[in-house]
Design a protein around this ligand. Structure first.
Ligand code: HSE
Length: 346
């Protein structure tokens, strides 16, 4: 059975998913039976194309490489141009919406309204934007359930590293009493590079050049990005409502090279730790730099890598480490959400 997709947004992540679908088409079909066809792409800057029988992905990628727009996409019979995001949701035959627009993390828009429109139209949504999930988890989860559709957002925490699906699927039956993690690659990169002798500013510049940092790096260095991820983990994995403002948050801007050297002498490493701990029926959630003992698995997480430890009552502490950002990694997070909607798995 073929899954018809509409992409809202065709930037780095949307193109990453398109490339994966193109390259892995045969493997996915043979190994899982999954076949996806992109019927629509709607991007505020690049233009919008729709063909009910499916677009030519290679041509769409080629067009965007040529001049940054979809203008050069061939005008084949049946091609419709110009549908905006809401028309694409409501008026196309797409069954699943891939929401990868440029969304304001502070308001969650326009992604929140895209989700609402899609769910009400009976369409699944997959996305990697954190804001909408952290800000509107309860409302959107209920709406998806009411309309009997699925909402996937694996990529919001640690991109293609399964920080959400692994505990939900593979650790089911445990009580997870604490989650501790390094959930922001930019700050981990900066702290690692400061250990190697770079200044905070030099290390931040490198992280920006490598594409790890948010458009506004304040969100990384002040801990706000990690705080969104904490809220998502608390709600999805610990089943506990939590608001962004309920998470106490401290960044790494006050950490000096001297602090890091001092900690190293004592056998510790500074990490920006995100922590969610069950306390009776409520939870305590924090983001703050901490000195971590060298023997802790989180201490050996270098550079832009992310990691998370789940403290399980039956299985004990389980640590997962991997990429927290990246074009293919985040593209993959969307693919695994789509694949599991297709397979009707978690
Ligand atoms: N700026 C984020 C980070 C990207 O550094 O981890 C992924 O959310």
């Amino acid at each position: 059975m073929t899954q018809k997709l509409a992409l809202l947004g065709f930037g780095t992540v949307g193109q990453g998913l398109a490339e994966i679908l193109l390259e892995k088409e045969k493997q996915l079909r043979e190994e899982t039976g999954f076949e996806a066809v992109i019927v629509a792409i709607s991007d505020v800057m690049k233009g919008s194309i729709y063909h009910p029988e499916g677009l030519d992905i290679a041509q769409a990628l080629k067009a965007v490489k040529e001049d940054g727009t979809l203008d050069a996409y061939p005008d084949t019979t049946g091609l419709i141009r110009g549908k905006d995001s809401f028309q694409t949701i409501k008026e196309t035959n797409a069954e699943a919406i891939v929401e990868v627009t440029f969304t304001d993390v502070k308001t969650g828009q326009p992604a929140i309204d895209h989700c609402k429109a899609a769910f009400e139209a009976g369409k699944h949504v997959v996305m990697s934007n954190k804001g909408p999930v952290a800000l509107a988890f309860e409302e959107l989860s209920q709406l998806a359930k009411k309309n009997d559709v699925r909402w996937g957002f694996e990529g919001t925490v640690m991109s293609g590293t399964p920080a959400l699906r692994m505990p939900l699927a593979a650790l089911a039956g445990n009580e997870i009493t604490e989650i501790r993690g390094i959930l922001n690659g930019t700050t981990n990169y900066i702290l690692t590079k400061m250990e190697e002798g770079l200044s905070f500013e030099e290390a931040l510049k490198e992280a920006q050049d490598k594409g790890y940092a948010e458009a506004d790096p304040t969100s990384d260095v002040e801990g706000y990005d990690a705080r969104y991820k904490v809220v998502i983990l608390a709600q999805k994995i610990m089943n506990t409502p939590l608001k962004v403002e309920d998470v106490s948050c401290q960044g790494i801007t006050h950490i000096t090279k001297e602090d890091i050297e001092e900690a190293a002498k004592e056998g510790y490493r500074f990490k920006l730790l995100s922590k969610i701990k069950k306390e009776g029926s409520s939870i305590k959630a924090t983001v703050a730099p901490e000195k971590v003992e060298a023997t802790d698995p989180l201490a050996s997480v270098y550079g832009a890598l992310n990691a998370v430890t789940f403290d399980c009552d039956l299985a004990g502490p389980i640590t997962l480490t991997g990429a927290g950002a990246g074009r293919l990694e985040t593209g993959y997070s969307l693919l695994i959400d789509l694949l599991n909607i297709y397979r009707n798995h978690l």
